[in-house]
Design a binder for this molecule. Structure first.
Ligand code: NAD
Length: 357
């Protein structure tokens, strides 16, 4: 029976995938240091399927890897462990680089040192690798890659690139150009894994995920998960603050659809090296999702607060043709359905908390 190792397997995506993985592999091992910024309590997450072994170990520690690999020979590795704060990464570059890049390299050295060469890796990369991506001139049709907005542009409220329109990213055609340290570390992860897998003859599927939201996302982590953050504010009857002019576009994809995408990639091995964009394929303004969440909770309407953040891109969305064509995968949940599921789950968490306190 084959073994699957999931780094960061006790996190949002890891827990959501755990039942699907337990049904597919003889042994599933989650390696996770239960990072306190993500995990409000240091225990085993209730959402982690009981068939998954959880080992509290750190991916940046070679000795932790040697302990794990002494008794674990994974054929498949799903690499999820990461520092994920986009804004935070701009001021804590070393921390993000250490875990995301060095941690990946430490994992690969440990696999080789312990003579454990998996046949496949799946990396959860991010739409952050594109940065601001491609923008089209609607009159001439000319496409440009304007790069990162600078301090002067942001200070003057020049949110867009003139009259140009942002194009959805597509792994096959959009060059990477991260705008945040986080995005740069995710791109470096991709490159490090790609080079190592080519040398070792292992297959690698890189999934570039858009904004994942839904039941199970950390409600205590203030640095990631804008939908969970908005829900917390609206639930407390606060008006959601909107950065820039609130018109930034994002592709919000429900965790259930992301799990289905990752499992589809696992079930049907594609080419040796491939990149896939995972989202809904549709973009929604931050102000719109804020308004929907405020309405769900009967909270005051969101307001433009006049702030902005370095490392944030103006728009992010993607094309999902490759996932559709290669795996027959498509997102099944609308944002209304997704938000209703999330709201229900959040209420359950507060009920559980009230019952135990
Ligand atoms: N959630 C999203 O919107 C999203 C979008 C794009 C990409 N991703 C990527 O997907 C992956 C999983 O994201 P998530 O949303 O589940 O995040 P998460 O923070 O919920 O899970 C990450 C897990 O990694 C663990 N971890 C962190 N540092 C570690 C270390 N040094 N050693 C071992 N474990 C460590 C944490 O404890 C956590 O359980 C990440 O690589 C992230 O970059 C997520």
């Amino acid at each position: 029976m084959s073994t699957c190792l999931v780094t960061g397997g006790a996190g949002f995506i890891g827990c959501a995938m755990s039942a699907g993985l337990a049904g597919r592999f003889g042994r599933v091992v989650a390696m996770d240091n239960l990072h306190p910024q993500v995990h409000a309590t240091p225990g085993r997450p209730a959402a982690l399927h009981k068939g998954v072994e959880l080992l509290r170990l750190d991916i940046t520690e070679p000795a932790d890897w040697d302990r794990l690999l002494a008794d674990c020979d994974p054929q498949v590795v799903i690499h999820l462990a990461a520092e994920t704060g986009t804004g935070q990464s701009v001021t804590e570059a070393a921390r993000h680089t250490h875990v995301n890049v060095t941690g990946t390299a430490v994992m690969l050295d440990a696999l080789l040192r312990n003579r454990r060469i998996p046949s496949r890796f799946v990396l959860a990369s991010s739409r952050a690798v594109y940065g601001d991506g491609a923008w089209i001139d609607p009159v001439s049709g000319d496409i440009a890659y304007p790069g990162t907005r600078n301090r002067a542009q942001l200070a003057q409220g020049e949110w867009d690139y003139g009259a140009r329109r942002a194009l959805p990213s597509c792994a096959a055609t959009t060059p990477a150009g991260p705008a945040s340290v986080y995005g740069a570390t995710k791109l470096a992860q991709e490159h490090v894994l790609k080079a190592w897998c080519a040398a070792q003859g292992a297959a690698l599927a890189v999934t570039r995920l858009q904004n994942v939201y839904g039941p199970g996302q950390s409600l205590s982590n203030p640095y990631t998960g804008i939908v969970a953050l908005f829900c917390r504010l609206a639930r407390a009857q606060k008006s959601i603050p909107l950065y820039e002019d609130g018109r930034m576009l994002r592709d919000f994809v429900l965790i259930d659809d992301v799990v289905a995408a990752l499992l589809a990639v696992l079930d049907q091995p594609g080419p040796l090296q491939a990149h896939y964009d995972v989202g809904t394929g549709e973009a929604l303004a931050i102000a719109d999702i804020g308004a929907r969440i405020a309405a769900l909770y009967g909270a005051p309407a969101p307001h433009v607060c006049g702030e902005y953040r370095f490392g944030d891109v103006r728009h992010a969305s993607c094309r999902i043709d490759a996932m559709r064509q290669e795996f027959g995968w498509r997102p099944r949940f609308s944002v209304e359905q997704g938000l209703a599921r999330l709201q229900h789950w959040i209420e359950m968490q507060f009920e559980i908390e009230a019952a135990v306190s």
